[in-house]
Design a protein around this ligand. Sequence first.
Ligand code: FHN
Length: 590
Amino acid sequence: MTRSRNFSLILLLIVALCSGAPSTDADRERRLEWWRDARFGMFIHWGLYALPAGYWNGREVPGIGEWIMNHAQIPVKEYEKLAAKFNPIRFDADQWVAVAKNAGMKYIVITAKHHDGFAMFNSKASKYNIVDATPFHRDPMKELAAACQRQGIRLCFYYSQTQDWHEPDGIGNNWDFPDESKKDFNRYFQAKVIPQVRELLTQYGPVGLIWFDTPRNMTREQSSQLADLVHTLQPACLVNGRVGNGMGDYDSAGDNQISFAKGTREWETPVTLNDTWGFKRDDNHWKSSEVLIHQLAMTLSQGGNYLLNVGPTAEGIIPRVSVERLAEVGQWMKVNSESIYGSTAGPYPYDFPWGVMTSGKSKLFLHVFHWPKENTFTLYGLKTKIGRAELLSNRGWPIQFKQQRTKDPEHYTLTLLIVPQPAPDAADSVIALTLTGKPEVVTELQQQPGRKVTLPAHLAEIHGSTAKLDTRGVVEHWTKKDEWVEWKFQVSQPGTFAIRVITSEQKYGNGWEGGHHVTVGVGGKTLDAVIKNDGKLDNPGNPYWPYVISKVGTVTLDKAGEYQLSLKPQSIESPKGYGLTLVSLEMEPM
Ligand code: FHN
């Protein structure tokens, strides 16, 4: 190649980089490759807020730890003093990365700057950073980048682009800066956000993704400026959905949201190990490793990545209980990671009474949370022939199986003949089915072995315009009595069933409305009922949305075949606007 041709190629590249040539679908696909393979990451919320750890002036401040400045309305001048005391001498990047790696996590997303505005990295754009403003004087991001390189983990950065309580033009601080008319968000955005994001992408080697948050007032131009900046400086770096205006490479679910419906594209859910993100010394509400494993499998079974948070102390220590829980998850991952890495959603549109399903390249993975009491395990609706069934915890010892198909009505049954007792893993025993062809399943709802029928809200036909499915898979804003839902489903073992409607409280138990009169029509019969609180459904996998059971009555379906069931309100009580928040309708065999 001649010198002048070389030169023109370089020139072209520079022009492309400077013009921020918009990234294409193919670029996005390439960027997503590692992330799809990884599936499980560590979130780290670490900042000045770890020092007060939930207390200000001797008083406990309710709420999540990293929001203490906002919740206690701490003046900038007071909060800034924390920097002079922040000296995390016990911080050991290699140890943190090892904790993530040992848990089976493949990427780390750490708060480079949270809403308090303090940069946890060396920043020329703002002196309010860990190197310049603390006695620590070290750049933990540099140390983490090196440790991640050594241990083969991807380093990613969280960056709060709108909320910055330290800056007069940032969003969120109305106690120091109450005069909205003086604020110029774009001035802050161009002077701090853009230069700092550039620093993050130029100072630490390859970055896996930038995790923006709370897009709030972001304009399309600002979201696109950020996404383009990231993709121009590091074309392989992903941008999460919270950059705003649909400009991310993938969608971000709500905090702690474990969805039971597949999204329209790739998505990720951030989850807390206790209730806070940033360290709070008295938050001991730890999720068990069993719940964490369930959440990981549940999230992936709907095609999502699971980003699990730790909140290190101001000394630089990941709390002991977090390390222990993650090590327990890691034990499970050592045996079962084939069902996670590179895997994706299962082929059925619904979950099962026993657990959830994920798919590998030529395998289906059955995550059995509730192990059968008898020695057989039955799955309906799998059309593809399997060549082998085995427990991931006992490879090399295939399980005997039988596959049957009956006609009129068409019905597919796979029976695993002998499964061991007790459950190989109390949390989640994974059965791998090796398929002999493309996975094909009956996607219509059907009665499950054990005779239970579950009709999830996200598979209902919704007649109405106000009632809508949220991204969790729940029908929300159902406040009009002329809106209704219905399902079609197959029954293979007729009998009498107790019907119950499962509704959801608002997040964190912040309200629930009942008292709605409804009718349930099925098999030519109509039942009248009132949606009331007949008890809570045990729902550990989705702990922040308590579920309420309402008993409706019993119904007998005397023949096998297809049925239709409708749920129609006669009246809806919605003084707070929640109305009927539908999760599912269940038919328990009697
Ligand atoms: O306000 C933040 C919160 O502090 C935390 O960082 C979470 C993590 O997803 N994001 C925001 C709220 O959604």
